[in-house]
Write a protein that binds this ligand. Structure first.
Ligand code: M6R
Length: 617
């Protein structure tokens, strides 16, 4: 979603800001702008609707310099993505400039406290510039002015503020939206995402809610809303810049699809600790655990909360936990969780799943659980993210940076992680022997090689994608482990190709959805080997009889029936465990969606209307 980059103390500040904004493009945005403190008598603001290229073109017409500035990419929430709604916003005198990620929920109420003000945008942000200006004009120092205004704001924000009359200083603050700060070699930086800063430093501090940081070239001071000195969360970023580059691939999505063998191997690596259990076998462990691990043995119910693709991995997680740990599991869309009355107590484990660890709905669901004293386990990819910091325990997927909006390697590593979490909870509850865990893990270590085998079918899948690229309606069907993958396959196709795609449990088709099938429809049937295979073959025959073309995903050794009834077939290697088969089945659907979108000429890495990290509700 929106992106922020600020810098003070470099003569090439504008370049640093623009390069940083490019790094954040993957988050999704629809306008961009910068403010530079050129001299003591004015702040220069340049902003444009549309892509960053529009802003850089506008900047090339003006000669702007300065050692202090802030840049922003906006994903429109209040007001269309026009020049005037783009950030930064200023007060009418142009003294204060503000950029903002998030939503100020009470902005209309705040505007009403300024009856004489004229607003030049439709945003919820501009009022903050007016309010801070009122404070500094009244004699407050900029940091005090910001703290005063923050107390009146409701909602979520990462704010970055510059004052023409306080040269060299940027004041930043956050609540429920990520913001990091860093100081290196006489320069202070802030950004909404570490990707924007990694070129300059790897040691950063994440601000906590309601912290205010004052950045100058001399350093950074952090306080709470009362001005009392506090600390952010300091951490070191260990992935390198190369990992965030395309490395010769045409798109980040394709690169990330091909990174899955390594990513999955990294998820599975080093999960066993030497024997501490009674049977002398090695034991699985979490990456971080801030509560007594024994509590996991007393868990009697699990909720898994997540959004989008992460939600589909949660559906596989449910199967794994119920299978190995024997605990009832409910999977819930994170955006719904806090609006009902989930029954939570200290024996209810809430697993919050998120690639970014910053998704606002998932964070809110986790916070709701923590408030009810339910332990929260975060399954996240981004190390040091808000969710990782606030949960009681963390299991990292270690997939490396995922840049494309369409999630791929984050998903399959979540699936691998859920196998381990299922085994871990089974171990904590004494339901599974250490030797059994070791045996399953040994078999899972074949997964990366099997994923490689599936990736080798890329050219054949591209051919199928070209064949079906004009299909108006695609239905994905599956059962058991195939169902979440059907849902993920439909999401991948619709989000990057904009084609109408839906997924259903295959058994539900006859209760309504089969009415949609007609000549020219495509049905993608997830039919891997397993106990629901025969039922899937029947469903394939049913849709084919009604005019659909059928693309089946099957398993090596059980394809005779699929060859007989489907028009096209993609064959997967036999998984070492039925619960691991979704990892293999997901890959051809990612490739299929990718190649359909390429064939249709769509914007693969930044599809329309979507953001990589959804930091507003
Ligand atoms: O970062 P998260 O895993 O919390 O993100 C959740 C969803 O927004 C995300 O998976 C989204 O559905 C992707 N665009 C799917 O490709």
């Amino acid at each position: 979603m929106c992106g922020i980059v600020g810098v003070t103390g470099r003569d090439d500040a504008l370049d640093v800001i623009l390069t940083g904004l490019q790094r954040l493009e993957y988050r999704g945005y629809d306008s961009a702008g910068v403010v530079m403190d050129e001299s003591s008598d004015r702040l220069r603001v340049v902003k444009r609707g549309g892509k960053l290229a529009n802003l850089t073109a506008a900047l090339s017409d003006e000669s702007i310099s300065g050692s202090v500035g802030i840049g922003h990419t906006r994903w429109a929430t209040h007001g269309a993505p026009t020049d005037s709604n783009a950030h930064p916003h200023t007060d009418p005198t142009g003294r204060i400039a503000v950029v903002h990620n998030g939503i100020i929920e009470n902005y209309e109420e705040l505007q009403a406290t300024l009856p004489d003000a004229t607003f030049s945008s439709e945003t919820d942000t501009e009022v903050v510039a007016h309010l801070v200006a009122r404070e500094v004009e009244g004699g407050a120092e900029l940091p005090d002015a910001v703290r005063t205004v923050l107390r009146s704001l409701d909602g979520a924000f990462a704010l970055c503020i510059q004052d023409r009359d306080t040269p060299g200083m940027i004041v930043v603050a956050k609540r429920e939206a990520p913001l990091i700060v860093a100081h290196a070699d006489g320069v202070s930086y802030c950004a909404s995402d570490v990707a924007a800063l990694i070129r300059h430093t790897r040691d950063v501090q994440a601000l906590m809610d309601d912290q205010v940081a004052v950045l100058t070239p001399d350093g950074i001071t952090i306080t709470d809303l009362n001005g009392v000195a506090v600390e952010g969360h300091a951490y070191h970023v260990d992935w390198d810049l190369d990992a965030a580059e395309k490395q010769g691939y045409e798109h980040f999505m394709l690169k990330e699809i091909h990174e899955q063998p390594t990513a999955i191997a990294d998820t599975l690596r080093d999960r066993l600790r030497p024997a501490t259990g009674p049977d002398g076998s090695p034991r699985l462990h979490l990456d971080e655990c801030r509560i007594d691990e024994g509590e996991f043995g007393r868990i009697d119910k699990v909720f898994i909360v997540a959004c989008g693709t992460s939600l589909y991995s949660a559906m596989v997680g449910k199967l794994a936990i119920e299978h190995w740990a024997g605990i009832p599991v409910e999977v819930e869309v994170a955006s719904e969780f806090r609006y009902r009355d989930p029954i939570l107590d200290p024996h209810t484990l809430v697993i919050a799943v998120s690639q970014s660890g910053e998704t606002s709905d998932t964070m809110a669901a986790a916070t709701h659980a923590l408030d009810q004293r339910a332990p929260v386990l975060a399954l996240v990819n981004v190390v040091g993210s808000t969710l990782a910091r606030e949960a009681d325990a963390v299991f990292y997927t270690h997939a490396g940076p995922e840049v494309a909006v369409a999630s791929t390697k984050a998903f399959t590593t979540q699936l691998a992680a859920f196998l381990l979490i299922g085994l871990y909870l089974g171990q904590q509850r004494g339901r599974i022997y250490g030797s059994e865990i070791t045996d399953i893990l040994n078999r899972l270590h074949h997964l990366p090689g099997q994923v490689e085998q599936v990736l080798e079918q890329d050219a054949a899948i591209a051919e199928l994608a070209r064949k079906y690229a004009s299909t108006h309606y695609t239905m994905f069907i599956g059962r058991h482990v195939g169902l979440p993958i059907a849902m993920e396959g439909a999401l991948k196709l619709k989000e990057i190709s904009y084609l109408h795609a839906e997924a259903f449990p295959a058994g539900e088709m006859k209760h309504g959805p089969i009415a949609l099938i007609e000549d020219g429809s495509l049905v993608v049937a997830l039919a891997p080997a397993g106990h629901t295979f025969a039922k899937m073959v029947s469903n394939i025959q049913e849709v084919r009889a009604r005019g659909a073309s059928v693309l089946a995903i099957g398993t090596d050794g059980s394809t005779a029936d699929l060859k007989a009834h489907a028009h096209d077939l993609i064959t997967l290697p036999e998984a070492s465990h039925e619960l691991a088969s979704p990892i293999l089945a997901a890959i051809p659907l990612q490739l299929f969606a990718y190649h359909v979108a390429v064939t249709r000429g769509e914007d693969i890495d930044q599809p329309r209307n979507l953001a990589k990290t959804v930091t507003v509700e």
